[in-house]
Design a protein around this ligand. Structure first.
Ligand SMILES: [Zn+2]
Length: 346
């Protein structure tokens, strides 16, 4: 899912103004940026990174997220930008545009936050406030979009024409990147794969666990790390993390092995649905559950049972940048002059 897509004429004009500002920025030879700045706004920390044209890290900082304090959060982000720019000797007024990855859905056009797990952000005009505070264009995207973008540009999906990136952690966020840009639509929900119903439900799965989004049986409730652990708890009465369950399986515990086999089949079903609709050239897995090496061996084997015409050669690979993907992807939201053409279609 992703940031802004204009709907109303007013929003169109706003977007054009923002785009115009960006164009002027890039076309002014005196101010041509040679670096990208990305901010990952998380529930517990705010991280900033500055990348050079090739993606090497020039500066990186992180601070705790002011809890329940929207204005404090905006201030902290502005201070981070000014801090790294001072460190790198960027003159005032010559800093590059900033990309921001934030949890939750982003209202198209206005950049308002909704459905965020950081309650202080909900309903706030994050993009507008940062644009005013930093006096430059801002691009805001969902954190899963940033993850997918980072992996598509120079991560595990580098060189692929399209990448579906999935974060399997507390939730199951995902993003779709085509030709180096996150796919965005009029509802701002592209990639909300986690909140579609688990497909090809089997006996005992219907209607599925209740999800915080208000529905039952969402993919997220089955394939997130939290979902894996909760289903184990329901079946055994024992509270374990997904990592504990995997360790049990490694030790040969038949119940843990069966639990992971069911998990792999469900993940394959959920990914087969994406392949049937979009057929990405590569699927990249991130988040805590992506550390289970057995997924890369076993999940592809289930795909042909569910992918149309009974064959699937889609590579499923582990993220390269780990926890850095969110902040790196935020930085890649803005193209630089001289980037490969397919990155500059924004
Ligand atoms: Zn849901």
């Amino acid at each position: 899912m992703a940031a802004a897509g204009p709907k109303s004429p007013g929003n169109c004009r706003k977007q054009e103004r923002a785009a115009g500002a960006a164009r002027r920025f890039f076309l002014n030879p005196e101010q041509r940026p040679t670096m990208r700045i990305g901010i990952d706004l998380g529930g517990t920390k705010i991280e900033i990174i500055v990348l050079d044209r090739q993606g090497a890290t020039l500066a990186r900082r992180r601070v705790p997220t002011p809890q329940g304090d929207y204005e404090g959060t905006i201030r902290a982000m502005i201070e981070l930008v000014h801090g790294v720019e001072n460190e790198l000797g960027v003159k005032p007024g010559e800093g590059p545009p900033v990309g921001v990855g934030a949890p939750g859905a982003i209202s198209p056009g206005a950049g308002f936050m909704k459905c965020s797990n950081s309650v202080a952000l909900i309903g706030k005009p994050l993009e507008q406030d940062l644009r005013q505070g930093l006096d430059r264009p801002i691009r805001l995207a969902n954190d899963a979009d940033c993850f997918a973008l980072s992996e598509a540009v120079d991560g595990a999906g580098a060189g692929q024409r399209s990448v579906f990136g999935v974060i399997l952690g507390t939730g199951a966020g995902s993003g779709l990147v085509v030709a180096g840009r996150p796919v965005q639509g009029p509802n701002g929900v592209a990639g909300e794969w986690g909140h579609t119903c688990l497909p090809w439900m089997q006996e005992g799965e219907w209607p599925g666990p209740a999800c915080y989004c208000g529905k039952r049986g969402c993919v997220e409730t089955f394939v997130s790390g939290t979902g894996m652990a909760r289903l184990w708890d329901e079946q055994t009465g024992e509270t374990l993390t997904s990592r504990d369950i995997a360790a049990r399986a490694d030790q040969g515990d038949p119940r843990a092995i069966a639990h992971l086999e069911r998990y792999e089949n469900r993940l394959a079903r959920a990914l087969a649905m994406v392949i049937n609709i979009f057929d990405p050239y590569c699927i990249v897995l991130g988040g805590g559950v992506s550390n289970l090496e057995r997924l890369y061996k076993n999940v592809p084997g289930h795909l042909p049972k569910y992918v149309y015409a009974g064959a699937a050669i889609t590579p499923i690979v582990k993220a390269r940048h780990g926890d850095s993907s969110g902040v790196r992807g935020a930085a890649w939201l803005w193209p630089l002059e001289g980037d490969p053409a397919h990155w500059r279609n924004a």
